[in-house]
Write a protein that binds this ligand. Structure first.
Ligand code: CA
Length: 227
């Protein structure tokens, strides 16, 4: 049974979520403050944390920062902000996804399931490809046992392409997954710069690049991925 920690100071929302997740077969516990969340979290054994951004004692981003010192468990922010910049900062600080309030339960469930899948809790916890190993819990990549210094976005691109192998990921899907949660416009050049940096960092395997552009479509991972 998956264990989910729900951090939300609004009692009605917290109780509603606890009930809904229990009904779906999760084991859920609630915390009303950042401090309480930290305390519960320290006990360990969580599979995912749902974290409200506005809490009475500290921001959800701060809670995220503290949890990340101890754990790579997936963190999903609940945000009331229409402020994209804030949310993106939250993701850069180690959050994995966010759902804006007011949200539909169905949407929240599907995000939670996706995160659990991605975090490798429901299938292996690593991808192996050539001489690379990707740790799905934190999307870090090792080559021959040495960690590559990827930015979170580069890690996300690598994950997306490896996960899709042997299929091609369209440019639109890539942009949507890596940048563009709310439909903001991304310059082609921005995408190209990230892609080429990632390609450089990953290097080659058996004389071929780990992934390649598919003209007019998107990008495809070239080296078989063992999942
Ligand atoms: Ca709140």
């Amino acid at each position: 049974m998956k264990r989910i920690l729900i951090v939300e100071d609004e009692a009605s929302v917290r109780e509603g979520l606890l009930e809904a997740f229990s009904e779906k077969g999760y084991e859920a516990a609630g915390a009303a403050t950042g401090e309480e969340a930290e305390r519960l979290f320290s006990a360990g054994g969580w599979d995912l944390c749902i974290l409200d951004v506005r809490l009475p004692d500290m921001s959800g981003f701060e809670v995220c920062r503290r949890l990340r010192e101890k754990s790579s468990v997936p963190i999903l922010f609940l945000t009331a902000f229409s402020d994209e910049a804030n949310t993106v900062r939250g993701l850069d600080m180690g959050g994995d996804d966010y759902v804006a309030k007011p949200f539909r339960l169905k949407e929240l469930f599907s995000r939670v399931q996706a995160l659990l899948r991605r975090s490798g809790q429901e299938k292996g916890d690593r991808f192996l490809s050539g001489n690379l190993i990707m740790d799905l819990r934190n999307r870090k990549v090792e080559r021959d046992g040495k960690e590559l210094l990827l930015t979170p976005k580069e890690g996300q691109i690598a994950w997306l392409l490896m996960n899709a192998w042997p299929y091609t990921v369209s440019r639109d899907e890539l942009v949507r997954c890596v940048w563009d949660k709310d439909g903001q416009y991304i310059e082609d050049n921005t995408v190209r710069v990230h892609i080429s940096r990632l390609r450089e960092k990953l290097g080659e395997y058996g004389g071929i690049s780990y992934f390649a552009a598919v003209r007019g479509v998107g990008y495809r991972w070239n080296v078989p991925v063992e999942k």
